[in-house]
Ligand binder design. Structure first.
Ligand code: D99
Length: 380
């Protein structure tokens, strides 16, 4: 906590937010014991909540604030997605077996004897899979509308992950399709859960393009930020159709982080991600329920803050550039309105303009993009 506070030292509002989140966070106290100890004592629902807090601390707090039955649906959905992600990411797993498991994972949704031993590169994920029967029992207690959505998305995502386990992301079309499978479908599934809950309009579940963009904006931000980390796992997600214009091999950038070609490539990847922001604004504007709005908006604000931090920043090529946890704490604590969110988008869009060379092609594109964003914001 201290290092986190130190990083926010110059931002008093963040310091206050971090401290009060720490206090308030006790209400969602993340149990100190390891997850496999908790697995012995907690019932299915409490285990799932503890697992959620363990795998994604700040996100768990936001999910907790959703209304009861939607919260359970989203919690299970998140854990099912995390299980799929853990299987996809486990490189020690024999390929043929992995493809089989990804494509058939949805068929296990009602199988209370189903657990997975020794899969996952982090302890908490291994424990989640080892006690996956608890997730399945919690899943079976959900409303049928929620269960049908979760099974449908699991099937599509599992097949999409298996398709891409055997082929590289080369074209921008591949890039958009991969991100659709691992993140766009999350947005589409959530819109269906929001509509099924009755808290949002039935029409929301048909907004596939806007829902898809919600996931793509977050996923592309993660892929850009994780360039260095992903470089040494034998999978890369940067499309050759983009980076191939600036280098012969992807490792050129980590070897030449300050080269103009490296920064031009990075900035084009950021521009590509920013292309989804007008859809994000349109989607957030459709939301009526306050807790659903915050659940959807907070990761989007974190994402644009991350893009502003990585834009034109050579450190992306040699490490992971993270935004201060103080920002997440502030967003989680103060009830973020649509207006606040749009102000954040405006504030960060000025950073891109300021950091891009005046008169450059990139600057012109950013000006056009910023005007589109302004137009969207004014439509309010
Ligand atoms: C996600 N994604 O928030 Cl896509 C995943 N952190 O980034 Cl159910 C699962 O992980 C669900 O705590 C929802 O270290 C989401 C999106 C989302 C989408 C569409 C509409 C509404 C919400 C996330 C979750 C956020 C997250 C982890 C991090 C700090 C900030 C939040 C931490 C998107 C995905 C699929 C790309 C990971």
């Amino acid at each position: 906590m201290i290092p986190t506070l130190y990083k926010s030292a110059l931002h008093p509002r963040e310091v206050r937010a971090l401290l009060s989140l720490k206090i308030k966070g006790q209400r969602f106290a993340v149990p100190k014991e390891p997850l496999n100890t908790l697995a012995m004592t907690l019932n299915d629902e409490d285990f799932c909540c503890a697992a959620l807090s363990k795998v994604s601390r700040s996100f768990a707090v936001v999910i907790q604030q959703l209304s009861e039955n939607l919260r359970n649906g989203v919690c299970v959905f998140y854990l099912v997605l995390r299980a799929l992600d853990t299987i996809e990411d486990d490189m020690r797993f024999p390929q043929a077996e992995k493809l089989e498991l990804l494509r058939n994972f949805y068929k296990k949704s009602y199988d209370e004897d189903f657990t997975l031993q020794n899969i996952g590169d982090q302890e908490d994920y291994r424990v989640l899979l080892a006690h996956y029967d608890k997730v399945i029992r919690f899943f079976k207690g959900l409303d049928k509308g929620y269960r049908d959505v979760i099974v449908d998305i699991t099937k599509k995502m599992g097949n999409g992950m298996a398709d891409f386990a055997e082929k590289e992301v080369v074209t921008i079309e591949d890039y958009n399709l991969y991100c659709h499978y691992v993140a766009g479908l999350v947005g589409i599934g959530l819109s269906e859960l929001f509509s099924a809950s009755g808290l949002e309009s039935p029409g929301l579940k048909s907004q596939h393009d806007l829902s898809n963009s919600m996931g793509l904006f977050l996923q592309k931000t993660n892929i850009i930020r994780d360039y260095h980390e992903d470089l040494f796992s034998d999978r890369t997600f940067w499309p050759k159709e983009i980076w191939g214009k600036y280098a012969d091999k992807l490792t050129f950038f980590t070897e030449n982080p300050h080269a103009p070609k490296s920064l031009d490539c990075l900035n084009e990847m950021v521009m590509n991600a920013l292309g989804h922001l007008p859809d994000v604004v349109d989607y957030l504007r459709l939301l009526k329920d306050k807790s659903i709005f915050r659940f959807a908006a907070i990761p989007q604000v974190m994402a644009i803050a991350t893009l502003a931090a990585v834009f034109n920043n050579p450190k992306v090529f040699t490490g992971v550039v993270k935004v201060r946890k103080g920002l997440a704490a502030r967003l989680i604590l103060y009830d973020l309105s649509l207006d606040d969110t749009l102000k954040y988008f405006k504030k960060y869009s000025r950073v891109f303009l300021r950091k891009s060379p005046a008169g450059s092609e990139l600057h012109k594109q950013l000006l056009a993009w910023s005007k589109t964003l302004d137009q969207k914001i004014k439509e309010g």
